[in-house]
Design a protein around this ligand. Sequence first.
Ligand code: 1OR
Length: 332
Amino acid sequence: VSVSAESGLVQDQYLNEPTPIFPKSDEQLKRIKASISRNFLFRDLNEEQELGVLNAMQEVKVPARNVVIRQGDDGNYFYIVEEGLLYCYILDGDTLPVLPEGETAQDFAPADYDSRFGKKVAVCKPNDSFGELALMYNHPRAASVIAVEASTLWQLDRITFRKIVTQIARRRRRMYEDFLKNVPILSSLDEFERSKIADVLTSEQYADGEAVVRQGDPGEIFYFVEEGEAVITKRQKNERGDWEEVDLGTYKKGDYFGELALLRTAPRAATVRAVHRTDPYKPRLKCARLGAAAFTRLLGPLREILERNAGEIGSCAILPKTSAATTTRIKQ
Ligand code: 1OR
């Protein structure tokens, strides 16, 4: 393995080797397929790549209180959780977890894990995955991962992982990272947190006038505007008691919407549609979508900011939260 000094990317010479094949029962194949179909890293596999992953996966049973990954070690496997529960720990500074020869995490009470392995930073449950960072970036393991319950994992060797997954994930991360860097609400996140968001975003284009979210619908998705513009309207009663559609403004590149329904588990408070373009050479509306579970998990650190921004606009539903907000005019 050689590291290109300029890009910092790793070039493998082994990527042309055939992928290993571990025979599996139909039942096992079904279970892995179900697991990987829910995993962001494998979302865009073509058939050949999927077959490569299925064949190369190996089932491992880990007893409770075993160390699956130790921070600082070289990374050889990527894991998907089929069953069980694991915690991730990080020791700060230059210290690494020390396990004297022959000792395992089983020799310590789980209550001592914090002092041994550092701060608990994440929890891995069925269908979650871990161990991708060391393989993607050829870094030492960034965290220790310990099975707190007896767990069943699917492990994928480093070479197969790199061969299949890295290309896909890198392509997607690159595509979104530049965009996410310029989204004001995300400016307080670090690169690692942003790349996690990049991993789970999906893009969708909308025809002129097409609704992205409709007032009154249940909300399950959060959106960033990638390209184009969207208009916000709300149906409400006027002074005479008649229903009318009020124009609340527009969203532009880097703006977000759809957070209210997710923060408050309320129906959509307004309708957002792709603008009718006057200039057909302008891009159509394109939005990057984030599902409710990922929203909660990844934008958790921003919850306060999101709430505060939402609070500023009162009960007035979804108004633009960035530069656009100052130019918003509400039709009387
Ligand atoms: P790895 O190959 O480095 C350890 O092996 C794994 O723990 C790592 O890949 C991730 O899959 C997983 N920072 C770094 N690694 C984490 C983190 C993490 N959480 C889980 N892993 N966090 C940052 C803490 C400042 C926590 C983010 C929620």
